[in-house]
Structure formats: C-alpha cells, structure tokens
Design a protein around this ligand. Structure first.
Ligand code: IPM
Ligand code: MG
Length: 362
C-alpha cells in the first residue's frame, strides 16, 4: 500500500508527522504493508519550483493508493496579485485526481461538549457528514478574472454545474445516507441561482432511486441557521462546492475546534486495491501563526488517516482502533491548546500524537 505524503506549509508538516506515526503503528499492529513517499506542494513548492503543484507530485498522487495532505498556504504567498498561489496545489490535486466528493464528518466527542462556544444541550449526540461537491462550481468556472470595465475595475467568477457533476455527488451522498441513519438534506439556493434549481431538480430525480432515505431540500441560508440551532437533526448533508466550504467551517464549531475535523476526498478512480484513490486532509488550514511551535492539534489529521484506512485501504479494524484511541486520549483529559478550555493544561502536537500512537500500538 503506497501512501503519498504531502506535508505542505505552516503546521502541515507537524500534524502530518504525527499522523504518519499513527499509521505506522496501526500497520505494525494489524500487519499490513505501508510505504510512504513524500512530495513538496503549496507555498514550499512555489519557493522551490515556482509552482504550487509540480507535475511530479501529481503523478506520484495518481500512482499512489492514497494521499495524506497537511495544509497549504501562508502570508508569505498571500499577495492577491500573485498568479501562482499555494491553494492551486489543492485545487489541482482535487481536479487531477477527479476527487468530486469531499466527506467531512462532524462528531461531537462527549468529553468536549464544553469546549466550544455552543451549549452542550444543542451539541449532545451530534453525528453528521457533509458531502461537499469538490471539482465544480464557482471554484473552477471560467471566466474568473479581474478586468477593466466601462465603470472602472470589475471582476467575474462563473458558477457552472453539469447534470453529471450533480448527480454523481448526490448518489455518493444517498449511498452514504443508506449506511447511516438514512436521512439526506440537500442544500442549495434554488430561490436565486439557476445552478441550484438544476441541483434541486436532479436531486428529486435521484431521490426516486432511494425511497428508503428520508429526503429534504434546504436553502443554504436557512441551513446555516439550523446547523447551529438543531445540529442533531442532520445525518448526511449534500451540497455544492462553495456552500460546502462555508458550512463545514461553521460545522467545525459543533466539534469545538477546527483541529478536530478530518476529511476524505473521493472520486471514481480506483487504487491498486480496487478501492477509491482518496485524498485525506484535516479541514483546518496551515495556521501560520502557530506553525513551528509544537502547538497544533494533530487529531484532525490523525482522524483523516483513519478515514484513509477505512475508505482507501480496506483496514476497518485499524481505523476503528485509531478512532477509539483518539476518544480515549480525550476522555483522559489530554488537550492541545485549541481545546484546552477552563484552565486545563495544554500539551503539544508531538505529545498528543505520541499518546495516540501508544494506544494504537498496544
Ligand atoms: C478547504 C479550504 C480550501 C477550499 C482552500 C484552502 C482552497 O478552505 O478545504 O475547505 O476552499 O476548498
Ligand atoms: Mg474551507
């Protein structure tokens, strides 16, 4: 099993290092072979190769069984006028690997009910997954440019969706709902956007093939409200690229910290095991303000590694052991700074990683 590791920028290398150790411990315990290759992407690749995603890195990704990514970006490469940007690495990988479905599970650990700004009563038993469309919509539509108009500068972005893009995403979401609590909420802005009206039309067509799944449409603005008012009511939430980007940052506050949310990006391309060749990454960014200080929370990346074992490598038992290790480390009261509320002492990224490794190894 060949894993491509892309540490990226900021806290990326620190959190990836811990997740890699956890994967090694799991491979040892469950006796499956893992090999790691590493490549440079993001700002680090811009510095070294003047491009965020060198061809070599993309080719390695295309020939790996799964990809583990830290984060890309940082103030050094933030010039709005730059044409080469770290985020192009992510977009290029998503597009280049055909990863159209981004799964972002949000579970609330009982130990962390008090960690975030929301009331424990609202958060108890929350267990949902956002299935975000990842290779279409306004992120990729052309034209996307700033130009000189008759009234000074103007800019345009384009939001396009095809029937194929919409229906394959919704089928992935319905299939997932079937394996869970059989409820799907499709989020759009059909009162305003043509692309959303097509989305809703197709959702209703696809729904006919899933009569066993309870289905509802919801406008994205209402969803933003209901997500924090009654998050327990949601099971699978399917939505387009940008709505999913925004709603998942909001949803991270249900878990208490961005540092806890993993993600899996899947497409139709299969790896050497006949499983989806996925990209796995924490949903948090590169957090340049705390980079290099051993202060990051590695759990989102470690949980992403567990998703990798489950979806791309067929190692469900190992994945469960990792999930349980994370739960028990939290239950024992260990906290990184982002979740150290109410005066509890914070441990570092390495220390948190080591605690999980210990539990996975035994
Ligand atoms: C995410 C991030 C990315 C996105 C950025 C870094 C390009 O916010 O994965 O949610 O917008 O998709
Ligand atoms: Mg985002």
């Amino acid at each position: 099993m060949k894993i491509l590791v892309l540490p990226g920028d900021g806290i990326g290398p620190e959190v990836v290092e811990q997740a890699k150790k956890v994967l090694e411990a799991a491979a040892h315990r469950f006796r499956f072979p893992l090999t790691f290759t590493e490549a440079v992407v993001g700002g680090a690749a811009i510095d070294a190769f003047h491009t965020a995603l060198p061809d070599g890195a993309l080719h390695l990704a295309q020939s790996s069984d799964a990809v583990l990514l830290g984060a890309v970006g940082g103030p050094k490469w933030d010039n709005p006028r730059a044409t080469v940007r770290p985020e192009q690495a992510l977009l290029g990988l998503r597009r280049g690997l055909g990863l159209f479905a981004n799964l972002r599970p949000v579970r609330v650990f009982p130990e962390l009910l008090d960690a975030g700004p929301l009331k424990p009563d609202v958060l108890r038993d929350v267990d949902l997954v956002v299935v975000r469309e990842l290779t279409g919509g306004i992120y990729f539509g052309k034209p996307s440019e700033q130009r000189q108009g008759s009234d000074g500068r103007e800019a345009v972005d384009t939001l396009t969706y095809t029937e194929t893009e919409i229906s394959r995403l919704l089928r992935t979401a319905f299939d997932l709902a079937r394996q869970r609590r059989k409820k799907l909420t499709s989020v759009d802005k059909a009162n305003i956007l043509s692309s959303s009206r097509l989305w809703r039309e197709i959702a209703h067509e696809v729904q006919r093939d899933y009569p066993d799944v309870a289905y509802e449409d919801m406008l994205v603005d209402a969803m933003a409200m209901h997500l924090i008012r009654r998050p327990r009511d949601f099971d699978v939430i399917a939505t387009e690229n940008m709505f999913g980007d925004i709603l998942t940052d909001e949803a991270s506050m249900l878990a208490g910290s961005m540092g806890l949310l993993p993600s899996a990006s899947l497409g139709s391309s299969l790896n050497s095991l006949g499983r989806p060749r996925g990209l796995y990454e924490p949903i948090h960014g590169s957090a340049p303000d705390i980079a290099g200080q051993n202060a990051a929370n590695p759990l989102a990346t470690i949980l992403s590694a567990a998703l990798m074992l489950r979806y791309s490598l067929g190692q469900d038992d190992a994945a469960t052991v990792i999930d349980n290790a994370v739960s028990s480390v939290l239950a024992e009261g260990h906290r990184t700074a982002d979740i150290a509320f109410g005066g509890s002492r914070a441990i570092g990224c390495r220390e948190m990683g080591a605690l999980v490794v210990q539990r996975v190894a035994r």
